[in-house]
Write a protein that binds this ligand. Structure first.
Ligand code: SIN
Length: 328
């Protein structure tokens, strides 16, 4: 009896441990935007590819709209192992590296092609490693697009922004950018922006067309200036502990799936920067302002001194490499 009991126990332990070994790795992907955005679509594509290629080995769970963590908390959550993948805006890495602030400099990139060239360059690729000392691994960049400014009053020239309160992401460069035009910047989580605008606790914000559209900011802002004054892109990140703990073949497949999902996300970003702008215009809920060449130049002149303020922080060489990316 004793022997049988012991035998059963051993068998039970064995089958339990086999079940534990066979359980797929759960990969939680947390982000703050809606599913019908470039990042939301990228996450869905990634989950689909992983389900096809790593069935039974890895299972992706997506938590959009900041359901699990806001962007200011998600990097800590990665390090604690509460999530395994995130792709915060490059403006949200200040606690982990100052170098990425180069991406926030106003009017730095002439267009998305220039941003892409810089990200693919040696200098841009080296920046992915700038978070490694803090236990994070930058797996790649992803585009959202150029930012626009929205406000309760029409913004044609920098003087129009004077005295207004603008929500910004948690970046000191963005803070300096709004101070340069006499406005008051307020660092607030993305999840609070709609309510802050609706209740008029703030006067304006800056964001991409897809974020303004998907989160309905245009319904609570009377004016949007098509300014293309800055970049909102992402870094896809994981923790070194999680990533290095994976089997090499799983890691290779995950990276491949991610790269392919990012290609799709970038395509969605390029399409949405036009279609979401048009949808906002067509809604007639807000006044979309196109700047003249002279007006845009005035914004540039007012905001560009911020480069000097941050050149030692981001590094002169890095800044020069980013500027150089504007020329093919
Ligand atoms: C995002 O696109 O991930 C959010 C951007 C923001 O916080 O404004």
């Amino acid at each position: 009896m004793k022997k049988t009991l012991l035998g059963l126990t051993t068998a039970a332990i064995l089958s339990f441990s086999m079940a534990v070994q066979a359980a797929p790795i759960k990969l939680k992907f947390s982000h703050v935007v809606a599913e019908n955005t470039p990042k939301g679509q990228m996450a869905i594509e990634f989950k689909k590819l992983v389900a096809e290629r790593l069935k039974g080995k890895v299972e992706v769970e997506i938590y959009p709209n900041g359901q699990l963590f806001g962007d200011n908390k998600v990097l800590e959550a990665l390090l604690l192992g509460d999530v395994q993948l995130a792709s915060p805006s490059l403006s949200k890495f200040k606690k982990y590296t100052k170098k990425l602030q180069v991406f926030d400099l106003p009017f730095l990139f002439d267009d998305m092609a220039a941003a892409e060239r810089f990200q693919s360059s040696d200098a841009g690729q080296a920046l992915l490693k700038s978070v490694e000392k803090k236990g994070l691994i930058g797996l790649g960049y992803m585009h959202n697009g150029m930012k626009q400014m929205s406000a309760s009053k029409p913004l044609h020239v920098p003087a129009d922004a004077k005295g207004l309160k603008f929500r910004i992401m948690s970046s000191d460069v963005l803070s300096a950018q709004f101070k340069a035009v006499g406005a008051t910047p307020l660092k607030k989580p993305y999840s609070e922006v709609f309510t802050l605008l609706q209740t008029k606790a703030i006067d304006g914000q800056e964001n991409t067309w897809s974020n303004i559209h998907s989160k309905k900011f245009y319904e609570v802002q009377d004016n949007i200036t098509s300014s293309d004054h800055g970049l909102l892109d992402y870094m896809v990140v994981t923790s070194a502990e999680f990533w290095n703990g994976l089997d090499a073949d799983v890691r290779t497949e995950l990276k491949k799936a991610l790269d392919e999902a990012v290609v799709l996300g970038n395509k969605v970003a390029a399409e949405k920067s036009m279609s979401d702008k048009q949808a906002i215009i067509d809604s007639k809920r807000t006044n979309v302002i196109e700047l003249s060449k002279e007006e845009r130049q005035k914004w540039k002149d007012a905001m560009k001194p911020v480069w000097k303020e941050f050149e030692d922080i981001v590094g002169k060489d890095l800044l020069a490499a980013a500027i150089a990316a504007n020329k093919e």
